[in-house]
Design a protein. Structure first.
Length: 244
């Protein structure tokens, strides 16, 4: 039986007793059928991952007694995903996969052809947290509130932003990413693509790096996953050896 991993946004240290986050007691007791005394692992980006046991468990409350640390904190390359909000199922799936691929921030951006003008930030953040627990990350990506693309670009900090541009003369992603290093970001537009005025605006911004994602037309969620994987392979952490 696998040992559950749980994200706790609290300082972690050996010997401490920490209250469970909302929803964790129900998940442990009702879904996973765990009980007091059972082993868990708790983690966050600042303190790493720790052995623990369930010290107390009721329907809506749990407390964990922390043992030794099993993994120290480790730096992750900053990799942001900007994506036009998708339909619920596709957006949920994308947030899960982006978390598994190491995205550190997910920013829904509203474009002229977006099929939605908002997203359920709390639900998406919970999906990101669950995906981080499953894939053995130490961090959980931040999920931002949806905002207009032009507003996000106007406040951009200058990090290289790879913009996936279909049906354009943009260079392939391998070539576009060759001169980039973290912090990195990927921008994927809506299913209908960017409008001409949006493309012109992107090309005028010095930090935007146009790139093509191959000869086929991809769904937005496919393009986002493919682009994140390529950036991790070319300029991210996929070149690192796994920790023992």
């Amino acid at each position: 039986m696998s040992i559950p991993r749980l994200f706790l946004d609290e300082p972690l240290s050996e010997g401490a007793e920490i209250e469970a986050a909302p929803g964790q007691a129900h998940h442990l007791g009702t879904v996973l059928r765990r009980a007091a005394g059972d082993a868990v692992r708790v983690f966050n980006a600042g303190d790493g991952e720790w052995e623990a046991r369930i010290a107390f468990l009721r329907r809506d409350r749990a407390r964990f007694a922390l043992g030794p640390r099993r993994r120290a904190p480790a730096a992750e390359p900053e990799l942001r995903l900007l994506v036009a909000p998708l339909k619920r199922d596709a957006m949920d799936w994308l947030v899960e996969k982006a978390t598994e691929l190491g995205a550190t921030r997910i920013l829904p951006v509203i474009t002229r052809r977006s099929i939605a003008d908002r997203s359920n930030t709390a639900r998406l953040a919970a999906i990101a947290r669950g995906a981080a627990e499953q894939c053995e990350r130490l961090s959980v990506p931040e999920v931002a509130e949806a905002a207009p693309l032009h507003r996000v670009l106007d406040g951009w900090d200058g990090a290289g932003l790879v913009a996936a541009m279909e049906r354009s003369a943009a260079p392939p992603l391998r070539e576009a990413a060759a001169r980039l290093a973290p912090p990195l970001a990927l921008l994927v537009g809506p299913e209908g693509g960017f409008e001409g005025a949006e493309l012109d605006d992107l090309r005028r911004r010095a930090f935007v790096v146009p790139a093509a994602l191959g000869p086929r037309i991809l769904r937005a969620e496919t393009a986002a996953v493919a682009g994140l994987a390529a950036l991790q392979a070319l300029a991210g952490d996929w070149a690192n050896r796994p920790a023992d």
